[in-house]
Design a protein. Structure first.
Length: 579
């Protein structure tokens, strides 16, 4: 109803799942990183919890899109099953033949085990994802735990992801489920959006629908956060109704008053001050909603074309997506841009298109360079190869396009190592190396680009041989958390741990001494003793790394950064850039 009025290419706050609208806040990216990290560990359980409407299902979709091509997924969306039904559903999801309803538990487990062993032999991995897992019975959870006993002498054959509401945490704390709880390798509780994230979320969905105009005032966005608690689903419901209210009142944007009136309509249980409660409801909103129900009922019953009386202007206010109309030279007469508290008369005729607002600009730093959205849309299959070629050039080495060897193998031949993983924005920045990352375009497709530098809230990226400077806020909203980067090792060992001996251990001691001088001199400086492990754990904890006392790739990169750069490319333009 309001899309034509606001020149939108569709409804920006529809609650229907649409990959174009995917917005990952810092919390969502951290949760995604935990899911991917748990997957990389192999075996065991990964647990994701969150309140209703916080975006767990959206995050699950993003997680599934990030899985490598050699991973098979069994996705259970109806967990109210008994043990036999669960096993049969898993087999169905993985394409495993079984006798059907006559199959017993033992037969189903044997069939699943044979399939998993065969997949493992072919280099494939299998993941079981259970949504709404708080509805699982204790008996079914125990059966799922037993599935993790399917293994080879070296690794588990099945990775399990449990996604559910907070009740799932309570369920897994039961004494009879302690064995399962002990097998959880990664867990994350998804919190609602904060105030700033709610603003960014609203702006993002509007941009996807083709407008950078501030259709919500700052006060309205803050009020949306307060009334919804930052729960994305409630934000969608509230903002959708608020836009309808602005349309009915011929207002150029949603202010705090309009938003509160919408909240009284669609969030009746939420606290809205008496002063802001509506003294009357929007008559057009109720009338048009009733008309829509009548139309849908007529079509469902008759199965015929709409009758002629429904072809009037009243029935055609919804603007077909992708056909926005141009703005006229003037907006609604007397329309105010301030957050007024006075009543505005209800519309008595289809309102004109509003004039673009002049008093409230797009948030500073979020403007995109001209041509970038089109470049992201036009990027083809060769974008990944171009990105690696660019990254190699940053290190002063050649990437051979005609070499069938993978990029990381080519890097190893030239004295470099490759790190591919996932993490938060802060973790990527802390590694301080240019990286290949994937940005989601407006069609939901992942496009590889090179993140070359970050400074003063701006990021420099390269796509298809062209450089672009973009706001970090925009970049983070388009990035799923996956990255690949190159780094130059200072030692030969790929991992250093307690009990190791050699010159590499001596190098580790020296780097830690650069970080924190002092301490007793060891009897054997080339031996990795418990004191060195404790010192390494302290370094890892200070750097936000997993404090396990083992120097892997991420720890070695951070230790490398303690030494002079010696020509290596850095991501940060200066050491003062915020993480």
């Amino acid at each position: 109803m309001y899309t034509k009025y606001f020149r939108l290419e569709g409804r920006p706050f529809s609650i229907a799942p649409d990959p174009r609208f995917l917005y990952l806040s810092e919390r969502h990216r951290e949760a995604l990183a935990h899911l991917l990290y748990g997957l990389e560990q192999g075996g065991g359980f990964v647990q994701l919890t969150g309140e209703v409407g916080t975006g767990k299902t959206t995050l699950c979709r993003a997680f599934l899109e990030q899985l490598p091509s050699h991973v098979d997924v069994a996705f259970i969306v109806n967990p109210r099953l008994d043990e036999r039904e669960l096993l049969a559903t898993i087999c169905d999801e993985l394409g495993i033949e079984h006798p059907g309803e006559t199959a017993g538990l033992r037969q189903l487990v044997d069939s699943l085990n044979r399939h998993l062993l065969d997949s493992h032999a072919r280099g494939r991995r299998t993941v079981l994802v259970v949504d709404e897992a708080q509805n699982l019975s204790a008996a079914v959870l125990e059966q799922i735990r037993l599935l993790t006993n399917l293994e080879t002498p070296r690794e588990k054959l099945l990775q399990i992801v449990l996604i559910g509401q907070p009740e799932l945490k309570d369920l897994l704390e039961r004494q009879d489920l302690r064995q399962l709880a002990q097998r959880i390798t990664a867990r994350y509780h998804l919190e609602p959006l904060d105030r700033e994230e709610t603003r960014a979320y609203i702006r993002h969905r509007l941009r996807v629908c083709g407008t950078a105009e501030p259709l919500f005032t700052q006060g309205a966005m803050d009020e949306a956060w307060r009334l919804t608690g930052g729960i994305p689903r409630l934000v969608n419901i509230l903002c959708d109704r608020a836009l309808l209210g602005a349309y009915v009142e011929e207002a150029p944007r949603v202010d705090r008053r309009i938003l509160r009136r919408a909240a009284a309509e669609v969030l009746p249980g939420r606290p809205v001050s008496e002063a802001s409660r509506p003294r009357r409801r929007w008559p057009w909103a109720a009338g048009l909603a009733a008309l829509a129900l009548l139309v849908l009922g007529y079509v469902a019953i008759r199965g015929a074309d709409l009758p002629a009386w429904l072809s009037s202007p009243l029935a055609s206010h919804e603007d077909p997506p992708g056909q926005p109309q141009a703005l006229p030279p003037s907006g609604p007469a007397g329309a105010s841009t301030a957050e007024e508290t006075a009543e505005v008369p209800a519309a008595t005729a289809p309102p004109p298109v509003p004039q673009p607002a002049q008093t409230e600009a797009v948030v500073p730093g979020t403007q995109l360079p001209e041509g970038l959205p089109e470049a992201l849309e036009a990027a083809g299959e060769g974008a990944g190869v171009q990105a690696w070629d660019t990254l190699f050039r940053h290190w002063g080495v050649a990437y051979f396009l005609d070499d069938p060897a993978p990029a990381c193998e080519q890097a190893a031949h030239q004295g470099l190592r490759c790190l591919t993983g996932s993490g938060s924005w802060a973790q990527l920045i802390a590694l301080d190396r240019p990286a290949v990352i994937e940005l989601r375009n407006d069609q939901g497709r992942q496009v590889p680009v090179v993140l070359e530098s970050v400074a003063d809230g701006q990021a420099r990226i390269e796509l298809a041989g062209q450089g672009w400077t973009v706001p970090v806020e925009w970049l983070r909203g388009r990035w799923f958390g996956r990255f690949s980067l190159l780094w130059k090792p200072a030692i030969t060992a790929e991992v250093l741990k307690e009990g190791d001996r050699g010159l590499d251990v001596l190098w580790l001691r020296r780097r830690l001494a650069d970080w924190q001088p002092g301490g007793e001199a060891p009897a054997d400086p080339q031996f990795f003793d418990s004191a060195l492990a404790a010192r390494l754990r302290a370094f890892q904890a200070a750097q936000g790394l997993v404090a396990d006392g083992v120097a892997g790739a991420r720890t070695l990169i951070r230790l490398n950064s303690l030494a002079p750069a010696e020509g290596r490319p850095l991501l940060l333009a200066d050491s003062g850039e915020s993480h």
